[in-house]
Design a protein around this ligand. Structure first.
Ligand code: A2P
Length: 336
């Protein structure tokens, strides 16, 4: 591909602004950058590499001449506009869940299955943020000692629900601290000094919510392993932008914490954070604003006497590796 024209759909959103910063920081090669959002943002200026770019309204003709379109404007916008972008000759890299389980659409974490990018037919899906943050560090282990079973408990930040949810966390905390009443508008529960089960729809038959089901299905697709058994509990916590997760992992063969550390030590996209003496382990505060998944509290699962299982605590920036960074890494594979 010669120098591409790149469009960002949802440029004004929480992930959208991170698309811009990732493209800038990673010096993504491009001829032109176009910013698209709703009519509400038309004419707004955003700065990229020191230059102001005017936001345009997303319409069906927005993709003429576009080579790569990064989407993060919600599932319904993606459902309608990704095929329009693909028809116009662009490759859409979509951060929504609209196409992730479509068998004709690659679902890609560049550290795990970069080769899947080649199979695209105009749309490539970016996985769910909790899935990316859990399985980027599990892949180096799965490759050498197959993971049979994963139990994940998430501690998810406000950013996953968008910029307005982040603002609601700030505003409701301010109101709480000043003893003022606060009426939630975005999040259906009081958010300050509280946590709640992920608000996606619950499947009545199984009791799992959509976020939990995404973690199961997407992991199987990305790992190319339909037999991996997964159970997740997804919870939103009052943190602004980095998700944390407690993982319990059962492998096919015995595995020690030191073996896990050795496998993760030089793995791409992963950083071990473990200071046992200081009780210093991955925290969302440290994960925020950087691209690696922080991994720590690596220990043998004391509930499995066979020695095949370990526990680990991870934290990763939902807006970066969980969304914008992973999508820009996919785009980098397209221009390689
Ligand atoms: P806008 O700012 O104009 O509403 P977030 O995930 O942080 O809530 O951001 C959602 C992003 O999706 C924003 O950039 C928002 O633009 C964009 N968006 C929402 N609805 C539409 C729409 N109908 N057409 C184009 N962009 C949209």
């Amino acid at each position: 591909m010669s120098l591409p024209v790149v469009a960002v759909v949802g440029a004004t959103g929480a992930v959208g602004v991170e698309f811009l910063s990732c493209l800038e920081q990673r010096k993504f090669p491009m001829k032109e950058l176009r910013l698209l959002a709703s009519a509400r943002s038309k004419g707004k200026k955003m700065t990229f590499k020191g230059t102001e770019i005017t936001v345009e309204e997303l319409t069906e003709s927005s993709f003429q001449g576009v080579d790569i379109a990064l989407f993060s404007a919600g599932g319904s916008i993606s459902k309608k506009f990704c095929p329009i972008a693909a028809k116009a000759g662009a490759v859409a890299v979509d951060n929504s869940s609209a196409f992730r389980m479509d068998p004709t659409v690659p679902l890609v974490i560049p550290e795990i299955n970069p080769e899947a990018v080649k199979l695209h037919k105009g749309i490539i899906a970016n996985p769910n943020c909790s899935t990316i943050i859990a399985i980027t560090p599990l892949w180096p282990i799965h490759r050498v000692n197959r993971i049979k079973r994963l139990i994940a408990s998430t501690y998810q930040a406000a950013s996953g629900a968008g910029a307005a949810a982040m603002q609601e966390l700030i505003d409701s905390t301010h109101a709480y601290l000043h003893n003022q009443p606060f009426e939630p508008k975005i999040i259906p529960h009081p958010y300050a000094f509280n946590l709640f089960s992920h608000t996606s729809k619950i499947d009545a038959a199984t009791g799992y919510n959509e976020e939990e089901i995404k973690m199961v299905k997407e992991t199987r697709k990305i790992f190319g392993d339909n037999d991996i058994r997964i159970s997740a509990t997804c919870v939103r916590v009052p943190v602004l932008r980095a998700h944390s997760e407690a993982l319990t992992v059962e492998c096919e063969r015995a595995i020690t914490p030191d073996e896990v550390r050795a496998l993760l030590k030089n793995a791409p996209g992963v950083k071990i954070v473990e200071d046992i003496e200081k009780n210093y382990f991955p925290m969302p505060k440290d994960a925020s604003g950087q691209g690696d998944i922080l991994c720590g509290r690596i220990r043998t699962d004391s509930s499995d006497p066979t020695g095949h299982s370990f526990c680990m605590f991870v934290a990763g920036d939902q807006l970066l590796k969980g969304a914008a960074l992973n999508a820009v890494q996919i785009a980098e594979l397209l221009v390689k």
